[in-house]
Write a protein that binds this ligand. Sequence first.
Ligand SMILES: [Cu+2]
Length: 488
Amino acid sequence: MKRTRRDFLQGAMVVGAGAMAPGARAAGNSAEGLERVIAEERRVPATNGGGFRATVTPDVPDLAFEMDGGVKVFHLVAEPVKQEIFPGKILHLWGYNGSAPGPTIQARQGERVRIIVDNHLPEATSMHWHGFDIPFEMDGGPGLSQDAISPGGRYVYEFTLQQEGTLFYHSHMAMQEMMGMIGAFIMHPADAYDPPVEKDFAIILQEYAALPNNPTPNSMSMEFNWLTLNGKSGPANTPLIVRLGDRVRLRFINLGMDHHPIHMHGHQFVITGTEGGRQPRATWGPNNTVLVGVAQSRNVEFVATNPGDWMIHCHMPHHMMNQMSSMAGPMTRRGGMPAGEGMEEGMGMLRGGAATAAENGPSMGRGMGAGSALAQPTANGPLSSEQDAQGMGGMQMGQADVSKDANSVPGFPQDAFMESPAMAIDAMVEKPETHGLRPGWSGYMQGMMTLIRVLPPERYEEIVNLREKRLKNSGATMPGMSRAGEQR
Ligand SMILES: [Cu+2]
């Protein structure tokens, strides 16, 4: 496909729109800077004569760089960040340069890179280059190849990229990983991949345990209730926009406590690469679900021949939900533990035992660990007619999509709250990329779930034009959304 001037300009927005840390020199923040950055990219000679197709990380900025002689210099700041993962849901995470996940680094096989890492966290950290073939001193293994970077400290990493593929960087402090400290590091190949793609997206999979009234995730919990793609839970993610007929590459990266089987509707894809690099073509069998294990990345490719607004989502049922926890859930269910046994307990004014003690139960706002086992020993049972008459337990009737005798059906409710049309928040997550979706679409998008919209040319152009208009008019349409991570 021919590169148009529009493609070029949009590419410039993408590659240059790096979020710079306070004090960092902003190579790519001015319009002029953007042009320069993209020009630098294009100048890198490729043996096949072509440049590389820059990867777009929806909802996550790219990290800008400066050239120092032949070295690409990046600057990462490890710091606390406030990440809006859903409209109004702001988590206190730890990330890089104001974002969790951190900004995407893009460079090319054979290039030399220097990454200056500053630690603005309240404790020591260390940066690991996951899967990189680099000298031992650059590995970021704290205590082994270097001292951990103290608060206020700095460590400068420098190495030559020997590989190609979807790699990533992350803190090598285990609990910090669970606070968001990862970012994509795309190593573009010296020789462009064959066949070339028109669209190339990176998606980072993360999970957090954050109770309804606490913005700080519990990194010790093993029960996750907020699942994110690029730091957003459905439907807050920016849909991927592709033109009918485009060849598309999706790069999934997982750094969490769970494996994620990522399923795509509407097309078959082939798995073309891992964190270890490109896979031989002989291995490219058809799939529509790819298991992205912890600490792995997977590249998939397909030709978008089937027009539609297709879901891409983790297929673990609990990963397709927002705010799910065994603490809030029982409020809806007969026999479950109420959210706070009474008003005083719910407010934390306890008369006996510790807050997390068994007798106080897993009241709203308490731990998500062992105590939560009390919350829901069994599935819902049917109400007696007497209980139903008293309005005990069960669900308020009169809601759309709920039958009159719903409370008499064992197991009810399951998705009645979750997937009610009343949950739709189309307007709150509206952006050019959601233009023309069916009304109510957002009510069914939760957790690790986004869309790939395969659009006929005229509809594709319509959205591209809307996006350009928004860029011109300053950018953000949603609190916490930056112009970064724009797609072409
Ligand atoms: Cu999952």
